[in-house]
Ligand binder design. Structure first.
Ligand SMILES: Nc1ncnc2c1ncn2[C@@H]1O[C@H](COP(=O)(O)OP(=O)(O)O)[C@@H](O)[C@H]1O
Ligand SMILES: [Mg+2]
Length: 262
């Protein structure tokens, strides 16, 4: 296994509150890792640190580098102080909550905007496709991959919630990420949409080289898709392992039920 993303003693304080408390984690190439934990555990803050939206109070973040440049001798490059667009260029992408979608544009037009803006900003060494034809081919491939081909010409303001979430995923994939973060991909979905998004995540995992990190409330989804589960509680890692190990761990059950409520 190769480490694609690593944090060392990553910490974020909001005044007196420590939202992320010295989290050290290594994410392996190819796995689907779920990060779970009760409300307020620090999951979203952790993502915001990884993607450069928030600056950590202490600690560091490392990402496998596409060009072989390393800071640590092990193929990782430090991105602790990188801005969000630099993090994205370095290969770490996140599916945003709908707000990223241009409502007045069609699905294909949205994917095109994302793909072209990526083309403009990415560094040459990551370059795969160049020229209009290759970009158009990439756009069709992305639509196919995410199952959006049939609604490619539909304006986004007429899509269902589930369809919009899928468009978001396509936009995040347009930057050809090595690591793909999803924050509650099933939030607000009905059961049919949940089933669809779960099979999409599985297909993407099979079809792409990308490594997936997912936060999720729905425990059926977590059990279904995860190779590994990391449990956060009060900003710290409480448990880390296979779904079988983690979900039968007493400390985990207690954290969810509230240990001092007994
Ligand atoms: N911008 C902020 N300013 C102050 N406190 C925050 C901020 N963002 C999150 N918090 C606090 O940090 C803790 C972790 O929140 P969050 O990362 O959203 O948890 P989760 O995503 O696991 O529900 C919570 O106590 C929350 O109230
Ligand atoms: Mg959250």
């Amino acid at each position: 296994m190769t480490t694609v993303l690593k944090t060392e003693s990553l910490r974020k304080q909001f005044g007196e509150l420590t939202a992320v408390d010295d989290v050290s984690i290594e994410i392996d190439d190819g796995d689907i890792t779920s990060i779970i934990g009760p409300n307020g555990a620090g999951k979203t803050t952790f993502y915001n640190l990884l993607t450069g939206v928030l600056q950590p109070t202490a600690g560091s973040i490392w990402l496998r580098s596409g060009d072989g440049a390393t800071d640590d001798g092990g193929g990782l490059r430090e991105i602790t102080d990188a801005e969000p667009h630099e993090v994205a260029q370095a290969g770490l992408s996140r599916s945003y909550q709908i707000t990223n979608i241009f409502e007045g544009l069609t699905v294909r037009e949205n994917v095109r905007v994302a793909r072209i803006s990526h083309e403009r900003t990415r560094l040459d060494f990551r370059s795969r496709a160049t020229g209009d034809e290759a970009i158009e081919a990439d756009i069709e491939e992305l639509l196919e991959l995410t199952g959006l081909t049939d609604i490619a010409d539909t304006p986004c303001d007429t899509l269902s919630h589930g369809e919009k979430r899928t468009v978001e995923i396509a936009l995040a994939l347009a930057i050809e990420p090595d690591v793909f973060l999803m924050d509650e991909p099933t939030a607000g979905m009905n059961p049919t949409e949940v089933t669809e998004i779960v099979s999409l995540i599985r297909e993407l995992d099979a079809d792409l080289d990308a490594t997936f990190v997912v936060t999720e409330h729905n425990m059926d989804v977590v059990t279904d898709i995860s190779d590994r589960i990391v449990v956060l509680a009060e900003g710290s890692i409480l448990a880390d392992g296979t779904p079988d190990d983690v979900l039968t761990d007493e400390r985990v059950t207690e954290a969810y039920l509230g240990s001092d409520s007994v």
